[in-house]
Design a protein around this ligand. Structure first.
Ligand code: SF4
Ligand code: SF4
Length: 68
C-alpha cells in the first residue's frame, strides 16, 4: 500500500501539498514544528495511490513517497 512521509524539518507550512493531493489525504496540522511552521500531515494510507503529486508540488522536497 503506497504511503508518504513528510519531513518535519523541511516543511515550511506553505500548504501546496494539501491542494495537490487528489485524494485529500494531506492537511495542515494545528501543531507547529520545531521551527514554528505549521506542518503538513498525512491522514493515512488507505486511499493513497502513490501518484507523487504531493511530493512534486512541494518546493522544499519535504515529502517522500513509498510505493510498497
Ligand atoms: S502520493 Fe498522491 S494520493 Fe498519496 S498523498 Fe501524495 S498526492 Fe495524495
Ligand atoms: S508543500 Fe512541502 S513545505 Fe509546503 S506544506 Fe506541504 S510538505 Fe510542507
Amino acid at each position: 500500500m503506497p504511503y508518504i512521509i513528510i519531513d518535519e524539518m523541511r516543511c515550511k507550512g506553505c500548504g501546496l501539498c494539501t491542494i495537490a493531493c487528489p485524494q485529500k489525504l494531506v492537511s495542515m496540522s494545528d501543531t507547529p514544528n520545531s521551527m514554528g511552521y505549521t506542518m503538513a500531515t498525512f491522514s493515512g494510507p488507505e486511499k493513497c495511490t502513490g501518484c507523487s503529486l504531493c511530493a512534486e508540488m512541494c518546493p522544499d522536497v519535504a515529502i517522500s513517497v513509498f510505493k510498497e
